[in-house]
Design a protein around this ligand. Structure first.
Ligand SMILES: Cc1cc2nc3c(=O)[nH]c(=O)nc-3n(C[C@H](O)[C@H](O)[C@H](O)COP(=O)(O)OP(=O)(O)OC[C@H]3O[C@@H](n4cnc5c(N)ncnc54)[C@H](O)[C@@H]3O)c2cc1C
Length: 405
């Protein structure tokens, strides 16, 4: 097994790195933590930068040319995603769901009109998407979705409430899981719609997080008329579509997270060399040295797990429930790493971003707080362990769920 890039792929990687050097936004310094104080500024910076990538032929490397992509395959996509995550992750944030979920859903499961309308506008940065799956009574048990879509001629009339909808306040469209048949067995009654967030009856209410940001929202829908042409797949096929697309995109997610964390390990090493406690740089403290080494090991495990999955997929393998391992490998270590980084700072760990005395622009304070959500978003750690236990290891079904079915 050889995980190295071929000479052609490595040449492409170098070409992209040097293009990025010249094309990051004015004043951008990849070694520093960049913070956009206002979300609309971040969204505007995201759109402008995505357009720049698109114009230069670096957007959608594995998307077909007829939809505005480059038609070059998954490895080139991974190279671009990894390089971006390493150099300018903050600039990519509003596109996480757009590229991680909406684009692959439309590509793998959408009809011709949906693909040719929405994929080019995702790739060139025109549209930002959000994901409306979770509801007050449907999180881990997302099959409980109760937002109703009732057919009325060429439209569905949608009523209900979503919650924790990340970037809904910035989004142009939403991938929306709705119940079209209340009488069918739970997952069979679900359908998958593409919702225009500007339609009358859509109301967005921000929720403030522990970080102080309001990245996610409640989304209320009252008599929203969604054209039937905005349904992906057949009526009642929503659950299958949601699961399939998630599994296909996990491999890109793992590779991207590993690249971002490699940058964080560099940051942490620099910090440990500069911050002094008890008159010595903390890197000389044996406990912190152990933590730094442990952090590096965990990031390497994630990296090679991602490469193994990529290799499997390139050989025609279909991604399966083992994708849950990657979710655990990026979410849990990130909590440990950010906690260790704050401990290294000692009393300085209390100084938040925005203060002239903050260490490394307050990156670790923000990252520590944000990491708390990592083991909840995209499926909690408990749920991932259930999936691994039941569907990878073949253990008996989780008794609490078995009892309810
Ligand atoms: C930062 C962040 C961003 C998010 N963004 C989005 C988004 O954009 N769109 C979207 O739709 N959702 C989003 N979510 C919601 C997320 O998907 C849900 O929070 C998650 O699926 C858990 O659902 P819940 O919050 O309803 O918790 P619950 O499902 O109520 O779970 C509560 C607790 O019970 C545990 N639990 C539940 N069932 C079992 C079981 N069978 N066995 C063992 N333990 C169990 C869980 O692990 C958890 O600890 C986001 C969440 C976060 C934190």
């Amino acid at each position: 097994m050889d995980y190295r890039f071929s000479p052609e792929e490595e040449a492409f990687r170098q070409e992209f790195i040097s293009w990025l050097d010249d094309n990051l936004p004015e004043g951008w310094d990849p070694s520093r933590y960049q913070n956009y104080p206002r979300d609309d500024e971040l969204a505007a910076a995201y759109r402008a930068f995505q357009k720049r990538l698109f114009d230069a032929g670096y957007a959608g490397m594995h998307y077909p040319k007829e939809y505005g992509g480059q038609g070059r395959g998954l490895v080139h996509e991974v190279i671009v995603m990894q390089t971006l995550a390493n150099q300018c992750l903050e600039l990519r944030i509003p596109g996480v769901i757009t590229f991680g979920m909406a684009a692959p859903t439309i590509l793998y499961c959408g009809n011709e009109e949906q693909k040719s309308t929405y994929i080019p506008r995702i790739l060139d940065g025109t549209h930002i998407w959000c994901q409306g799956f979770s509801e007050p009574n449907a999180g881990s048990d997302v099959v409980n979705v109760s937002t109703r879509a009732v057919r009325d001629g060429d439209h569905y009339i949608v009523n209900g409430q979503k919650v924790w909808t990340s970037y809904a306040h910035l989004a142009d469209y939403c991938i929306l899981l709705v119940r079209t048949d209340p009488d069918a067995k739970k997952h069979r009654g679900l359908s998958y719609l593409l919702l225009d967030m500007k339609l009358p009856g859509v109301e967005i209410r921000p929720i403030k997080q522990i970080t102080g940001d309001a990245d996610f929202n409640e989304v209320y829908m009252e008599d929203v008329r969604v054209p039937v042409s905005m349904r992906v797949g057949e009526e009642g096929d929503g659950w299958r579509i949601a699961i399939t697309t998630l599994m296909f995109e996990r491999v890109l997610g793992d590779a991207t997270m590993a690249a971002a964390y490699e940058r964080n390990i560099e940051r942490m090493t620099q910090m440990a060399s500069r911050v002094r406690r008890g008159g010595k740089p903390v890197i000389e403290n044996p406990v912190f040295r152990q933590q730094l080494a442990q952090a590096y090991v965990e990031v390497m495990v994630l990296k090679y797990h991602g490469l193994r999955n990529l290799s499997h997929q390139l050989q025609g393998g279909i991604p399966g429930p083992e994708g849950s391992i990657g979710k655990l490998l990026w979410s849990e270590p990130n909590q440990r790493i950010t906690e260790a980084a704050l401990a290294m700072q000692g009393p300085g760990g209390q100084v938040m971003r925005g203060s002239p005395w903050s260490i490394q622009d307050g990156f670790w304070q923000y990252a520590f707080l944000r990491a708390k959500g990592n083991t909840i978003e995209a499926g909690t750690s408990e749920i991932q362990r259930n999936i691994i236990g039941e569907r990878v290891l073949g253990l008996p079904k989780d008794s609490s769920r078995a009892a309810r079915q």
